[in-house]
Ligand binder design. Structure first.
Ligand SMILES: *Cc1c(COP(=O)(O)O)cnc(C)c1O
Length: 434
């Protein structure tokens, strides 16, 4: 168990969180390396070693740092990046180019040039304009790009609308319209600068039901067959995206990878046999499910405000700046007092952030022991989209990140300093004091 309670303290992957807070300060992100490795192993056991010709690319936007990318490489997964900055980090981490997939609905020329120069394994094209850019760059550089098309499979998904991406009216993906999609496919099959691999979809995030993955797979397979008929071309690869849900609170159901992927693979294999098609390589892109539950955030409780008969607010030394998900899409979290972890709950407290926004509430109406200023609050499952969405709003510094494994702790991102907050700022000459 990576979570333990000993001597009234919360321990995370063998490390006393109270000691971590003392050594590294708060707010602090703490990631269990053991838990990340466990998730990678689950992907290997339930998918990669169960099915031939498969690949798993960690969707690094969930948490993209040098240390994390090294760990993912060591665990033998591929990597998905969605920007020049994420790609640059991957290059700096020495991530093998062939194992990188580049997604994004508006890649710039500079980003595409960086990807082509580094020789990334796949460029996942999100629209018609991008093909023209890639071909021009490849001609100029005398290179060939390995390309997939992200399609919009037109399925609706049981998740928050703000994290649903597979419906027709979406900024993501190429629509299944005949006049848009088929001319593009014909173009890339023929283009000398392009190695066309196949199709990609990603339909949404935090899913606990496999129906939308299966429906999207069926839509993609119909397209695979149509491409075969029209162009006598067999799609080599099908990427079914990520979106596997995690457990933030007791309300959430976390399904194993096999719950999603066994029926997806059965659907693909049955279809390919029925139509005598070679089964494409199948790729998944999990982000959240690899890191979310490995990460916790530690905050120190400051001001406590009690409104009799209404609510008690306990404010922490961070908030929406290190975890914007509650404010962004009403995401729910839970947590405990890490320094009094074995004590019984006696009151209802709302944990609020210190940013100047009323939506900066981390956890509403949580049962806790009587909270005191100076207590250490631990929020669970903040590993995905916490650090990666952190901001400097109110000029709060972005917290440090620590990796812990079996009792050993190591800093992997230093806390921002005030000096770093202004290092790119300049005073124009007309405002200089002499
Ligand atoms: C965000 C994203 C993922 C990962 O989604 P999770 O819900 O974090 O698993 C995978 N593929 C693409 C293209 C994405 O944009």
């Amino acid at each position: 168990m990576i979570k333990e309670i000993k001597d009234n303290h919360l321990f995370w992957d063998g490390c006393d969180t109270v000691a971590l807070a003392k050594e590294f300060g708060t707010p602090l992100y703490v990631f269990s390396v053991t838990e990340i490795r466990t998730q990678c192993r689950a992907i290997r056991e339930e998918f990669l070693s169960r099915y031939e010709n498969t690949r798993a690319a960690y969707a690094s936007k969930a948490f993209n740092t040098l240390a994390m990318l090294r760990l993912i490489d060591e665990e033998g997964l591929s990597l998905d990046v969605v920007s020049g900055g994420e790609l640059y980090t991957a290059i700096q981490a020495g991530f093998p180019a062939e194992q990188i997939e580049f997604n994004g609905n508006n890649k710039s020329i500079d980003e595409l040039a960086l990807a082509i120069d580094y020789g990334v394994g796949r460029i996942i094209v999100d629209g018609s304009q991008e093909i023209g850019l890639i071909r021009a760059l490849c001609q100029e550089k005398q290179r060939k790009a390995k390309v997939m098309f992200r399609i919009t499979p037109e399925v609706n998904v049981q998740t928050h609308a703000f994290i649903s991406t597979g419906q027709k009216d979406s900024k993501f993906g190429i629509p299944l319209d005949e006049e848009i999609l088929f001319p593009l496919i014909e173009e890339v099959i023929d283009a000398p600068e392009i190695d066309f691999y196949g199709l990609h979809f990603h339909i949404g995030s935090q899913l606990s039901d496999n129906h939308s993955h299966i429906a999207a797979t069926e839509a993609a397979l119909a397209l695979v067959l149509e491409i075969h008929h029209r162009f006598d071309y067999t799609v080599k690869e099908l990427n079914v995206g990520g979106g596997f849900g995690v457990r933030y609170t007791e309300k959430d159901i976390r399904q194993p990878y096999s719950y999603f992927l066994d029926p997806v693979m059965a659907t693909i294999e049955t279809f390919c046999q029925a139509h005598q098609l070679q089964r494409p390589t199948v790729v998944i892109e999990p982000g959240r499910s690899i890191v979310a539950e490995a990460g916790i955030s530690l905050h120190t409780i400051g001001t406590i405000k009690t409104l009799p008969q209404i609510r008690t607010y306990a404010s922490i030394d961070g908030g929406m700046t290190d975890n914007i998900r509650p404010g962004l899409y009403q995401a729910e979290y839970t947590g405990i007092l890490a320094n009094r972890a074995a004590e019984a709950a006696t009151e209802t407290v709302t944990i609020s952030g210190k940013a100047c926004e009323s939506t900066d509430i981390l956890v509403k109406d949580l049962q806790l022991p009587k909270v005191e200023t100076g207590d250490l609050f631990a929020t669970f499952a903040t590993g995905a989209y916490g650090y990666s969405m952190a901001s400097n709003y109110n000029k709060l510094a972005i917290p440090a990140v620590v990796f812990v494994e079996k009792g050993h702790a190591e800093l992997v991102v230093e806390r921002q300093t005030f000096q770093q907050l202004i290092q790119n700022e300049r005073i124009p000459s007309f405002l200089m004091k002499e």
